[in-house]
Write a protein that binds this ligand. Structure first.
Ligand code: HEM
Length: 406
């Protein structure tokens, strides 16, 4: 591999690279949209290549890489990773299809429509709490006051959990989500495992209460228990996955999108005057600064990828955030264009693991941005925001804002 490509790929996995990976993606993509990193690992930054691979049945989901590793610094080196590895996102046919049909019942279009008034109510509550808080403190952190609080309640609602059930779980879910990074160790890994243990205990409690009470409702937790009563570990793994997937990426979508609006007050004004443009705005945020930048797949047979022979059990790192900026697929990929036609970004992936919560994430974001631009026309950035030091799930740690013009 030429030296500049090797160092660009390596730089992606440094703090600086994680803060702004886009120039690095471009450097790599222009020369090698499929870049061999080692004999059995390729880094894929091209749109067509990512899309094709996600839809190719010889490529499997799962996490053998982590399962084979040891880290003696923690009591259970695998808890967070192994829970994710036991959940739907890591399964393959035929188990994947069976579970997907079952979980899919919670995300039907009818269910999304029915949830709309409740989502509007939660958004209105959070908006008025922010307005009250800003009167006393002036500057508030959008991430902790809004972006991290809305999605956990949304995800809880899908699972049939009350706001009391999910209250306070946000930070634990955030710690657990680091398990989606390619390579973690030390303190973040310890925190992820300890969060996984606490969340597992909390969910076990909720399930025991839920299943001990008679109910006429066909809620998701009861359906999952009924479908495989003997497989309690899988139940916990899938509930945890739904909480993590339902919390982290939607929070980051809200933060990444608000930053774009704060940088472009004229766009906020346009959307305020014509909210019908909000769905296109949300799609462009997803493309431009994807909350999920990366996923991976194993090949179950030797295969030729762009001239590189990936062996059986070789691993492809798929940079979805890079694919979304591929100039061979998107015109002017580094410009934020809400009028973009055919915005087929890969932020929800593609193929059989296409995000199950995509409709919910889109609905929540549209309602949230609508309320924010309507209620706070003078909103502005109050200080330099800080990125979370993660590559896979991209977002802000803090986003300090003022809600009214000074
Ligand atoms: C902006 C928000 C979101 C983004 C960008 C996002 C992105 C993704 C991506 C890229 C995948 C595929 C991963 C892979 O193939 O390796 C995925 C899968 C999944 N997502 Fe999301 N997601 C979001 C919100 C949600 C929400 C709100 C939920 C549920 C409450 C959810 C539940 C899931 C589930 C269950 C899967 C696994 C599907 C399967 O394996 O068949 N996601 N998501």
């Amino acid at each position: 591999m030429p030296i500049d490509l090797a160092s660009a790929a390596g730089a992606l996995f440094t703090t600086q690279g994680r803060i702004d990976p886009y120039p690095l993606y471009r450097t790599i993509q222009q020369v090698a949209p499929v870049l061999p990193m080692a004999e059995n690992i390729v880094l894929i930054t091209g749109y067509d290549e990512c899309d094709r691979l996600l839809k190719d049945p010889i490529f499997m989901a799962g996490d053998q890489y982590w399962r084979d590793r040891e880290d003696e610094s923690v009591e259970n080196p695998h808890l967070a990773k192994s829970l994710i590895a036991a959940s739907i996102i890591s399964l393959n046919p035929p188990e994947h299809r069976r579970l997907r049909l079952l979980l899919g019942r919670a995300f039907t279009p009818a269910r999304m429509t029915a949830m709309t008034p409740m989502l509007e109510r939660i958004v209105d509550e959070l908006v008025s709490e922010m307005a009250q808080k800003t009167e006393s403190v002036g500057v508030i952190d959008f991430m902790s006051e809004f972006a991290c609080r809305l999605p956990i309640r949304m995800a809880g609602a899908v699972l049939g959990l009350s706001s009391a059930d999910v209250e306070g779980l946000g930070p634990l879910v955030h710690d657990l989500a680091v398990a989606f990074e390619l390579d973690i160790s030390g303190e973040p890994l310890n925190a992820a495992n300890s969060a996984a243990a606490r969340l597992r205990a909390h969910l076990t409690d909720i399930i025991a209460r839920r299943c001990g009470q008679p109910s006429a409702d066909d809620d998701l937790i009861r359906s999952l228990v009924a479908a495989a009563p003997e497989d309690f570990d899988a139940l916990i793994a899938n509930l945890l996955l739904l909480l993590v997937a339902g919390q982290e990426s939607p929070s980051n979508l809200l933060g990444n999108g608000l930053r774009i609006l704060l940088d472009r007050p004229e766009l906020a004004a346009t959307l305020r005057a014509a909210p019908a443009g909000l769905p296109a705005f949300v799609e462009e945020v997803l493309r431009f600064d994807s909350p999920v930048q990366m996923t991976g797949r194993w090949s179950n047979q030797e295969t030729d990828l762009g001239g590189h022979l990936l062996p059986r059990e070789g691993y492809a790192i798929l940079m979805l955030g890079a694919a979304n900026r591929d100039p061979r697929f998107f015109l002017h990929p580094d410009e934020f264009l809400t009028a973009r036609a055919n915005n087929k970004h890969l932020s929800f992936a593609a193929g059989s693991h296409f995000c199950l919560g995509a409709a919910l994430a889109r609905l929540g974001a549209r309602i949230a941005f609508h309320a924010l631009i309507r209620e706070f026309p003078g909103m502005s950035l109050a200080d330099e925001p800080a990125r979370i030091d993660r590559l896979s799930l991209r977002g802000y740690a803090t986003l300090p804002i003022r809600l009214a013009a000074m």
